[in-house]
Design a protein around this ligand. Structure first.
Ligand SMILES: O=C(O)c1cc(=O)[nH]c(=O)n1[C@@H]1O[C@H](COP(=O)(O)O)[C@@H](O)[C@H]1O
Length: 277
């Protein structure tokens, strides 16, 4: 999927909501545990109930890997379902991969070619040769961790580093350096909604890039605060919420309640878009 197609979908739906499919068998309605593939049935119901309100779905791979082969089958069925029934939707494999070059190439094949995701999250710690294999795929997007939503973000990401006699935070160095990599137009970045006060600085370095922003909902980040400095002329934001939407109810009405939660965020986005476009 091209970036332009993502932008068009955002404008058409008046939404830049990403729904995180972080499926935990201990949290889904118990009546689903009797069906053959509870994870897929849960996802299918959530997707059918929310696809007009969201522009992207983000299965977090950990929640599938945790269930072994069965989990991978549920993941594959979920991505196939989205790609076949709702091909306009942007898909994010939240896998946070990255390794030496030949291994990263295999990760990229797994998520882009086998599973057919539009994008994958990667960690920048191993540097250029660990990320460029992902960037080589045309019309696929590599979403690199920049400033994450968790408290541990302050352990390394905000440390001052000295480069060319200039001090700057490590996450800024990550942003600046990655812009010079081959096919860097295929990069997007993760910035946590809990770090809203950093968005203005981040936009100075990467004014045009799309940002995946997790951390609203269960982690307490503010949509309005993020949008104040994070929006660009192409919107440039994909705001993710997982638990607050998919676990709005653990009864038979779970999909309806998930829709209600997604609608609340989507309506706020609509107002923000009206004021900014
Ligand atoms: O890459 C991510 O998506 C991510 C980065 C980050 O900094 N913080 C973060 O919460 N995430 C993911 O975003 C989702 C957030 O879920 P909720 O807190 O339930 O909305 C989880 O799948 C996290 O793994």
């Amino acid at each position: 999927m091209t970036t332009q197609q993502i932008i068009e979908q955002i404008k058409f739906k008046k939404s830049f909501l990403t729904i995180g499919l972080d499926v935990d068998l201990e949290k889904i309605p118990t009546h689903l545990l009797q069906v053959e593939d509870p994870i897929f049935e849960f996802n299918k119901a959530i997707i059918d109930a929310t696809h007009d309100l969201a522009v992207a779905y983000k299965p977090n791979i950990a929640f599938y890997e945790a269930y072994g082969i069965k989990g991978w089958i549920s993941l594959k069925k979920t991505i196939n379902y989205i790609n076949e029934k709702y091909p306009e939707i942007f898909t994010i494999a939240d896998a946070k991969r990255g390794d030496i070059g030949n291994t990263s190439s295999m990760y990229a094949k797994a998520f882009f070619e086998d599973l057919q995701f539009d994008s994958v999250t990667v960690a920048p710690y191993m540097g250029k040769d660990s990320v460029e294999p992902f960037l080589a795929f045309e019309n696929k997007h590599t979403i690199m961790l920049a400033l994450t939503s968790n408290d541990g973000a302050f352990d390394f990401q905000t440390l001052l580093v000295n480069k060319d006699q200039q001090e700057k935070e490590l996450y800024k160095e990550v942003l600046e350096t990655s812009k010079k990599w081959k096919n860097s137009e295929n990069l997007m970045y993760v910035v946590g909604a809990t770090k809203a006060e950093y968005f203005a600085e981040i936009r100075k370095i990467i004014p045009d890039s799309f940002l995946l922003v997790p951390g609203v909902g269960a982690q307490g980040g503010s949509l309005a605060e993020v949008c104040k400095y994070g929006l660009n002329s192409n919107i440039g934001l994909l705001i993710n919420s997982s638990r607050a939407i998919i676990y709005a109810s653990n009864r038979t009405d779970f999909a309806k309640k998930a829709r209600e939660e997604a609608l609340k965020i989507k309506q706020k986005m609509e107002v923000i878009l009206q004021a900014n476009l």
